[in-house]
Design a binder for this molecule. Sequence first.
Ligand code: NAG
Ligand code: NAG
Ligand code: NAG
Ligand code: NAG
Ligand code: NAG
Length: 763
Amino acid sequence: MEKQNKTKMSSILRIFFLILGASTCSQSLASDHAPRTDEYPCDVTSDYVRGGKYVDCAARGLTSLEPNWFPETATTLSLDHNMLHNLVSGCFIHLSELQVLTISDSQVTTIHEDALRGLGKLKELNLENNKIYTSRLPSTIFSHIPYLENLYLKGNTWENEGTLEYPFSSSVPFSDLSHLTRLSIDEASEIIYFGQPFSKLKNLTYLYVYCPHYVVKGSNRSFEGLRNVALRELVLGGTGQEGHFETGILANVQNLDILRIHHVAIGNQNIMKCLWPFENKRMVLIDISHVFLRHHRATPTGTCNDGLMTKESLKHLSNICLSQLIWDNSKVVGIEPMALSAKPNLRRCLRSLQFTRNLMGEMDPWRSFYLELIRFESIEEIQYAGYEWCGPGYDFKFRNDHNVRKSGYETIHSFNTKSTSTAQTHALPHYSNSKNGNEREKLTTPSENSSSYETPSIRIPRESERTRFVLRFPKHLQSFIIVGFSGYFELSAWHIRDAQNVKEIRFVSCHWIEWSGPVSGLENVTLLDFTRSHVTSRPNFVPLQHFPNLETLVLNAMRESDFIDQLLKESWLQKTSRLQHIDLRDNHLHKLPRYVFSSNLIMNAVRLSGNRLTSLGFDLSPTPSLSVLDLRKNVISSLDLAARTALDTHAQRKPDFSLLLEGNPVYCMCSRIPFLVWLHTTWVRLDMSGNYSCIDDRGQDRWTADLVTTKALWRRCVGKMALLVSLCLALSLIVGFLAVYMWRRFRTAVGAFFLNILAPGFK
Ligand SMILES: *[C@@H]1O[C@H](CO)[C@@H](O)[C@H](O)[C@H]1NC(C)=O
Ligand SMILES: *[C@@H]1O[C@H](CO)[C@@H](O)[C@H](O)[C@H]1NC(C)=O
Ligand SMILES: *[C@@H]1O[C@H](CO)[C@@H](O)[C@H](O)[C@H]1NC(C)=O
Ligand SMILES: *[C@@H]1O[C@H](CO)[C@@H](O)[C@H](O)[C@H]1NC(C)=O
Ligand SMILES: *[C@@H]1O[C@H](CO)[C@@H](O)[C@H](O)[C@H]1NC(C)=O
């Protein structure tokens, strides 16, 4: 009885709140926008992370909210990409379980001070990219959500306060949120300033500062309020505007693990000078991108001076025990030899170096940079990419090779070793075949009198000179990635030492690699990638012979077809019996040799899309574990009986086998009926569920999976045949009857007639 009362009571209460909420919500909005008529515009699913309901109202075109759209058990509510304008009071009052509320990109301008009432358990609030004057928000708003941990406010409107000398803004509306750990916010004025109010945010570990003004200035006092805050990650992001930092700017945040500076044109030299507080400290990541000088400071000399990194400019950076350095798109024109590795701290700690899209590729492709790599004792990953040779927006995360896009790079630079004089061969003086086994010591001597602007050259003795070239890799190196190298590079008769950990080697969009001699010492490499590179080899030499552990070979959109032609003709793949994935997409291949994969027993995926293949072409029987065969965008109009049988047989052995055929010019014609029927009946898993567009004999577009099409076609084709056959049968029957009748009726006359013909004169 009591229980019943209780539930009744709570439901009454709930209804009361709903009505209250609804009336306030629609009341205050009625003047602005009519509420949507849709009853429940949101999707409600399980929130697997937080245990309640996930309510998704993103991009529904909402202009107002109704409380009854959101179930009480909601733990996550997304209202991103709507047109809400005002957040009025009472809309979320019943959502006492809600932990995450995101309202980004929703044109919100005002938030009622009771709007967040009831959200006592809220941990994350995202209001990014609206039109809120964040510094004018009343602090009562945040008093309703005292346990908030993540608050994202950047991309909102700032007050136009001009260039205040020191904007001692005392009011920070969320300074009482003692649990706050992550914060993103716009800088309210041109001078970055985080003062006293922020000192209360003791648990703040992540701070994203977005600078929307025309100028960015950083002073020694910029982060004075964060001196006793446990900040670990600081991100400074802008819109590419000019700026300048005083060199003591980071002194108050010297316990950072991660520092990121993006799209702020303060220049490389300025940033390098600010890094002194981290000297002799351990850091995880420094990530610098798009910091080159702009506007009037970006004169050719200005850019050049800013991009030339000397020992002096790198003295702070090289003295940090840093694990990962990303230096991207910042017009670094040269690094003084041995400057990056000058001090033991960076040399000892650096594990990953991503030096991408700077200007060094043009001027100094190898010398100062590559010679130094050996000196980094812990380095595991090196990514080096030339300047925007891969087109803008290139994705440098190579984990997924589908990310690799087409190159826009056309220019040809070629530095031919054959024409280089011996005077220039000091480029790689240390990688010699010296017998004293003392290469390491020698490597520490910087190349003398070399300037970063000399013509780059690499001279590697060719086999005719009977020298076996010994190259040493850093001991822990696992992955070596070069993108957009524009010179000539000859790989011949090399032995690589200390490469036992190297697993991944990629030369992407590189201009000319001549692979003319055996490279040994890389036996543990599992992935080789020459996407969009120009690679040549010489006849009867098998480059892959020393790669017995190769699992993935990516030869996608190669600039010259010779390398692949040779690979197929000369059966290079017989040397790589562990191969599991091969990518030969976009190579104009017409045909594959029948036994191309006969030695690759564990082959798993064969990618051949974007070629000119007309049929399956190769034997499937030696590759019992093949699970993906990608033949998309070829010119296959149908598969013949042998291919279909082979595929069916394979699918019986390997039930999860998939065949991808989309984008082929399939014909829905009488002669292709067996193939179309096969598409409907096979056990092979097909992409598009076997529904491909095809052209029928009347030139109409059809879909192969449409039973109606196939049936009609069948009827038409098979029907024609049947008609012909029955006509023939009927005709012969009639003739037969006629003959018998004639015989019966005119037996004697006919007999006499034939006798007459056969034996004239016989009577
Ligand atoms: C701050 O962080 C520490 C350690 O993570 C935690 O024990 C403490 O409760 C946090 N303080 C607040 C107010 O959240
Ligand atoms: C800022 O700090 C740096 C390093 O401590 C110091 O050299 C510089 O003079 C300071 N600048 C100003 C304007 O105080
Ligand atoms: C470097 O160049 C200077 C001037 O050109 C010359 O005097 C000096 O001997 C050179 N040093 C070496 C090691 O070649
Ligand atoms: C390959 O790796 C194994 C195990 O790590 C190691 O013993 C072997 O020496 C490596 N081979 C080469 C050629 O580096
Ligand atoms: C095949 O795809 C087309 C276009 O997407 C679609 O209109 C058609 O209904 C599909 N047929 C079947 C049977 O799924």
